[in-house]
Design a protein around this ligand. Structure first.
Ligand SMILES: [Fe+2]
Length: 347
């Protein structure tokens, strides 16, 4: 099979796959992840591929899908299962249907259980199993729309009946391995050793797993196409410039300081310790208070917060409002204190 195959993994073990047709240069990404957005675009350019489709094997609850943003940015349709609740899906597919990418054919196998909209995608000698089947594990069934009975059917009466030589590429790998095979999983995967329905279901019901971090945020953004906090901060950061801590210290200690410092944390934090000369405008009040507190839009303004994230959002807001010389303190007052730079108390 003439294809270009790229497996992209994050530090947390999320796997995504870019598969391109050598003949036509058309490509698809399966389970794109938000932190890899630039990586995908770079790889596609490097490999001379043009992205035709994005596909999510299911509604992810534990990481942030890049599908919505990538689909909009690159003007490519997003494919998910018919039962996916996300309103921004462009092509909804069902069991037995096929997606054609150049000369490559991807067959859809609906495998509910981890989520109701889970599917596996079979292409030539390999199967992308999403979170239905992992190396040495299976997806959990205790998150929204999960169902251990359905997972049993999807595995034992579906996926595991396919050609055992199929190479398994899951959506998560928690080891150094890159793939497995169905045969290997049937033989060695501890969860698949419970081959009777009741035993399998009981096993899934008693796993007692920790809730994934960012569960609510991941479900919100993956279902509604909204942005997560890191995205908001990254977007704002593209609009602002920063000032190093030692430069700020030098300026406030100069005989003629020419900079207004704004502390955007809450009042209690400001009162306990703030950078000398800083005034207090909490982040949520900026738009309301600028006319009274910042009458000169040409003034050099430095914004800071506790750890250097919220100040980026606040600085971007000020710039949008016309304060062109607003900059954000690199890192926040916690680093300032670690540097043993001076602070003041109020009250
Ligand atoms: Fe998942």
């Amino acid at each position: 099979m003439d294809m270009i195959f790229r497996q992209i993994r994050t530090k947390q073990g999320c796997q995504s796959y870019m598969i391109g047709c050598k003949e036509t240069c058309a490509a698809i990404i399966i389970d794109p992840e938000i932190s890899q957005m630039e990586h995908y675009q770079g790889l596609a350019t490097q490999d001379g591929l043009v992205l035709h489709y994005l596909l999510d094997t299911h509604t992810h609850a534990d990481h942030f899908s890049a599908s919505k943003v990538l689909a909009t940015k690159m003007d490519v349709p997003l494919i998910m299962h018919n039962s996916s609740p996300a309103p921004f899906v462009d092509i909804r597919v069902g069991d037995g249907e096929m997606v054609i990418v150049g000369q490559l054919r991807f067959r859809i196998l609906h495998t509910p259980g981890h989520t109701a909209d889970s599917m596996c995608v079979i292409m030539d000698d390999r199967v992308f199993t999403g979170d239905t089947l992992l190396i040495g594990g299976t997806g959990r069934t205790d998150l929204p729309t999960g169902d251990p009975e359905q997972l049993y059917d999807s595995l034992f009466n579906g996926l595991l009946k396919l050609n055992p030589d199929l190479i398994v590429y899951p959506a998560h790998i928690y080891s150094e391995r890159s793939h497995s095979t169905l045969e290997e999983e049937i033989a060695n995967n501890p969860r698949l050793q419970k081959t009777h329905r009741d035993e399998f279901v009981e096993q899934m019901r008693t796993l007692d797993l920790k809730m994934p971090t960012h569960l609510t945020e991941a479900l919100r953004t993956n279902l509604c196409g909204g942005k997560n906090v890191s995205q908001l901060i990254a977007e704002a950061a593209k609009k602002v410039s920063f000032m190093a801590q030692d430069e700020v210290l030098r300026r406030i200690q100069s005989p003629h300081p020419d900079m207004l410092l704004i502390d955007v944390r809450d009042k209690e934090a400001y009162d306990q310790a703030h950078i000398p000369s800083a005034i207090h405008i909490p982040r949520g009040q900026i738009e309301l208070r600028v006319n009274d507190m910042l009458p000169d839009p040409t003034k050099r303004i430095l914004v800071y917060c506790e750890c250097g994230k919220i100040s980026i959002l606040a600085t971007a807001t000020l710039k949008e409002m016309g304060f062109r010389r607003a900059v954000a303190l690199d890192l926040g007052i916690c680093s300032w204190k670690e540097n043993d730079y001076p602070v003041e108390k109020s009250g």
